[in-house]
Design a protein around this ligand. Structure first.
Ligand SMILES: [Zn+2]
Length: 454
C-alpha cells in the first residue's frame, strides 16, 4: 500500500535542527507519520500539496509539566499560595473527583494543548485514588490524540484516622505493572508511561528509594516535585546519591530551593529539570532556576503546571521564563559593572529550545520529536505570520517566541495527522465536551463550598 505523502510548500521553516537549519521559503515532505525531507522547492509528483506561504512552521511544542486533571477548575486557585493550594486542592477539591471528572478534564485540557501548539504533553496526573480514575484520565488523553507521557502519581489527601500519611505510602507496584501490561508502552507509543513520584521532598526516604527503584526496574522516568514547605526526607538527595539511584531517569520539577552544590551534583548526574515559571512565582516556590541551570551548562524544560491558576499557553510561560532571567542577568550586570550587559544574555532561539529540543531530551525522545528533522515524527505547528500582530517578519524565531498568540496557531499536526486545521480544532462536539467539563467543575467546587459562577 502506498503511504500518503503531504508536501508543505513555501513556509518559513524554523526547524531547531542543526542540519536542516532555518529556511525563508522551504518545503517539508511528510510520509505517513514521519518527516522524510526538508528543502527548497521539493518536487514530489503525487504528493498532496499544502500552500503555506506567509506561515512559519516550527516543531510541535513540548509542555513538560501539566496537571491536566485540574482543567475543570480553571482560575480557581489563581489567588492561592502554595499553602492554600495544598489545603484546598490536594486535601480538598482533589478528593471530590469521580473518574468521569478526570476524563473530561484530561480530554479538554489535552485538546486545549493541541489548540495552543503543544504536540507532546507531560501529563502529571497525581489524582489517581483508584485504577478506574486512572483509566478514565488515560481515556481522556487517548481520545484527544495528543502525544503524551502519562506520569502516574498518587493523591495527597489528609489521612483519615488510622491511615498512614501519603508520604509513607510507596508507589503502587501492581498498578504500574497493570498499566504497562494492559494500557501503555515505554517510549514507543503515542502515549507512554512515566512515574509521578513523591521524591525526597514529599515522601520518606524509604518511600523515595522504593519508588525510584520501581521506576528503574521498568525503565521509566521518575518525576518528582521539589520544593515548597518542609522536606520530608532531610538529606534525602545525599542518601539517594550514595545509593546510586540518581541519573538521567530522574526529572525534578521546580527545584527552586536546592542549594547550588546540590543542583550542580544533580546536573552532573544527568538529572533533567522542569520549571513552571508562572506558577512558581505565583505560589511562592521562589525564583525559577533558569539562570542557575544555564550556569551549569544545562537547560530547563518548561511547563504550564496548573490551569487552575493560569493559561495553558506555552508561549506565555516561556516568555515569562525568558523575561525573568534576562531581568536577573541585567540586574546582576548593573550591580557588578554599573551598567547593563552589552547584549542580551539569552537569545529567543535558546528560549524556543527549552520547549522543543530540551523537552525531547528530558523524555528520552530525541530520535522522534523536538525538531523538524527527516526521520522524526511529523509533529509540527503552522503559525500564520500574515496577521496584524506578526508582520513584518524580520527574525522568524523572535517573532515566534515574542509575538505569537493563540490566534496565530493556524494548524497543528501530530504524527502526520492534522489535529487543527485552518484555525479549527479537529475534534467532535467541542461545545458538548465543554458543557460536560463545566458541569464537572461546578460540581467539584460546590462540594467544597467554593464560590463559582453559575
Ligand atoms: Zn506540578
Amino acid at each position: 500500500m502506498k503511504v500518503g505523502q503531504v508536501l508543505l510548500k513555501g513556509a518559513t521553516i524554523v526547524s531547531m535542527d542543526d542540519v536542516a537549519g532555518d529556511l525563508d521559503e522551504g518545503d517539508i515532505l511528510i510520509e505517513g507519520d514521519r518527516i522524510v525531507a526538508i528543502g527548497v522547492r521539493l518536487e514530489v509528483p503525487d504528493a498532496e500539496v499544502v500552500d503555506l506561504r506567509g506561515r512559519i512552521v516550527i516543531p510541535g511544542l513540548i509542555n513538560a509539566h501539566l496537571h491536566t486533571w485540574q482543567t475543570g477548575l480553571r482560575g480557581i486557585a489563581a489567588n492561592w499560595t502554595l499553602l492554600e493550594y495544598f489545603r484546598w486542592m490536594h486535601a480538598g477539591l482533589a478528593t471530590c473527583f469521580t473518574p468521569d471528572d478526570l476524563f473530561c478534564a484530561t480530554q479538554v485540557g489535552a485538546l486545549n494543548q493541541i489548540n495552543s501548539g503543544t504536540t507532546t504533553l507531560v501529563d502529571w496526573c497525581h489524582n489517581n485514588p483508584t485504577p478506574t480514575h486512572t483509566d478514565a484520565a488515560l481515556d481522556g488523553l487517548l481520545d484527544a490524540g495528543i502525544r503524551a507521557r502519562f506520569m502516574h502519581g498518587s493523591p495527597k489527601p489528609d489521612p483519615k484516622p488510622g491511615q498512614p500519611h501519603f508520604s509513607e505510602i510507596p508507589h503502587p507496584r501492581a498498578e504500574v505493572e497493570r498499566l504497562l501490561r494492559d494500557r501503555l508502552g515505554k517510549n514507543t507509543g503515542r502515549v507512554d508511561l512515566g512515574l509521578a513520584i513523591l521524591g525526597p521532598h514529599y515522601s520518606t526516604l524509604e518511600v523515595a528509594r522504593h519508588d525510584i527503584r520501581l521506576a528503574r526496574e521498568h525503565g521509566l522516568i521518575a518525576s518528582m516535585h521539589q520544593g515548597g514547605g518542609t522536606e520530608k526526607a532531610p538529606r534525602g538527595w545525599e542518601a539517594l546519591d550514595e545509593d546510586g539511584l540518581i541519573g538521567p531517569w530522574i526529572n525534578i520539577v521546580h527545584g527552586n530551593d536546592l542549594s547550588d552544590e546540590r543542583l550542580a551534583r544533580l546536573v552532573a548526574l544527568g538529572v533533567s529539570f522542569s520549571i513552571a515559571p508562572e506558577g512558581e512565582m505565583t505560589q511562592g516556590h521562589g525564583f525559577p532556576i533558569v539562570g542557575r541551570l544555564r550556569a551549569l551548562n544545562a537547560a530547563p524544560t518548561v511547563g504550564v503546571d496548573l490551569e487552575s491558576i493560569m493559561s495553558g499557553d506555552m508561549f506565555s510561560v516561556v516568555r515569562m521564563a525568558l523575561g525573568m532571567q534576562r531581568a536577573f542577568d541585567n540586574a546582576a550586570s548593573r550591580q557588578s559593572h554599573g551598567q547593563i550587559p552589552e547584549t542580551s544574555t539569552i537569545s529567543t532561539r535558546e528560549a524556543l529550545s527549552w520547549i522543543t529540543t530540551a523537552g525531547a531530551r528530558m523524555l528520552g525522545l530525541t530520535d522522534r520529536i523536538g525538531s523538524l528533522t527527516p526521520g522524526k515524527q511529523a509533529d509540527l505547528v503552522v503559525i500564520d505570520a500574515r496577521a496584524i500582530n506578526m508582520r513584518p517578519l524580520h527574525d522568524p524565531v523572535s517573532t515566534v517566541v515574542m509575538q505569537t498568540s493563540l490566534a496565530n496557531i493556524e494548524s497543528v499536526m501530530i504524527a502526520g495527522e492534522w489535529k487543527k486545521r485552518a484555525g479549527q480544532l479537529l475534534a467532535s462536539d467541542i461545545d458538548r465536551k465543554l458543557d460536560r467539563l463545566a458541569e464537572s467543575g461546578r460540581r467539584i467546587a460546590r462540594a467544597m463550598n467554593l464560590r463559582t459562577a453559575a
